[in-house]
Design a protein around this ligand. Structure first.
Ligand code: ARG
Length: 273
């Protein structure tokens, strides 16, 4: 296993206008109070963790009235200098798509527009030379063919079956070029068989870890940033030789998001993907 950390370039969006005023996943309860100041502090801590690890963090300006815009992973898919914009399933998030698209365009990425519902890196994860693409709740199966055409990586469809793990990045995390961690029961039997075939050495997470969004983690190949509540998963990852860094994103979890949701990977070119 390679344990070399690769420097990453991330895009994040400060949760200035964060709120839970609609429910589009089972985590969201619009009647429960949200502490926006705490959300901002927790987000700032996550950003500092990345900077301390030597990564670069770009910021997109938050837009009033778009409370979920903090979840930058849903803003696009960016691989080898190409950016595919997104199309949200839910109208509440629709206006985030052009905001992110404009950012990618200004940053000089080659732009591609989605033909079907596609929620970006929330459902599209590059694992070695495969693109794992989730479907079942958000991203449409039809978009998987477009992802393959745009990026030129073989796309492997992953059927998600548990509404709590509605985006692929809530059920599976890429640890390095060769390995992933995932919650088997969040996937259909066929997808579980595919995962076993592709990743025989994968870490199998427990429901307890997934229920605190432990799989919504960000790895640079060596350091894994994950919710601090996911203690079992962190111990397993340390046994495997990874360095774990726990962060508390309890306020953002009220919207169904964790560290990975707040983080979009900007992959410039083949040398630095
Ligand atoms: N409230 C947001 C939604 O339901 C959370 C998005 C989390 N993002 C992610 N990449 N899993 O769309």
């Amino acid at each position: 296993m390679t344990m070399d950390a690769t420097r990453q370039r991330f895009l994040m969006c400060r949760p200035t206008y964060f709120a839970v005023d609609y429910a589009i996943n089972p985590w969201m309860d619009p009647t429960a109070p949200v502490d926006v100041d705490l959300a901002v502090r927790q987000w700032e801590r996550l950003r500092e963790v990345y900077l301390d690890l030597g990564h670069t963090v770009e910021e997109i300006a938050p837009v009033p009235g778009l409370p979920d815009m903090v979840f930058a992973a849903n803003g696009g898919t960016v691989i080898d200098g190409r950016a595919m914009a997104v199309q949200f399933r839910d109208p509440q998030r629709a206006d985030e798509a052009p905001a992110y698209r404009a950012w990618f365009e200004a940053a000089g990425f080659e732009m591609y527009d989605p033909k079907h519902v596609n929620e970006g890196e929330g459902d599209v994860l590059l694992a070695g030379d495969h693109l794992l693409a989730g479907t079942g709740f958000r991203t449409a199966h039809a978009s998987h063919a477009q992802l393959q055409e745009v990026f030129g990586y073989p796309v492997i469809t992953m059927q998600l079956v548990d509404p709590r793990f509605y985006h692929l990045d809530t059920a599976l995390t890429v640890l390095d070029e060769r390995t992933v961690a995932y919650l088997p029961e969040a996937f259909s039997p066929g997808s579980q068989a595919v995962l076993r075939r592709l990743f025989p050495d994968a870490v199998h997470a427990t429901l307890a870890d997934a229920e605190v969004l432990g799989l919504n983690a960000v790895s640079d190949g060596r350091h894994v940033v994950l919710p601090e509540q996911a203690t079992g998963l962190a111990a397993t990852l340390r046994d495997r030789g990874y360095q774990t860094i726990g962060v508390d994103l309890s306020e953002l979890r009220k919207a169904g998001g964790g560290p990975k949701c707040c983080t979009l990977r900007l992959r410039q070119g083949k040398a630095n993907r």
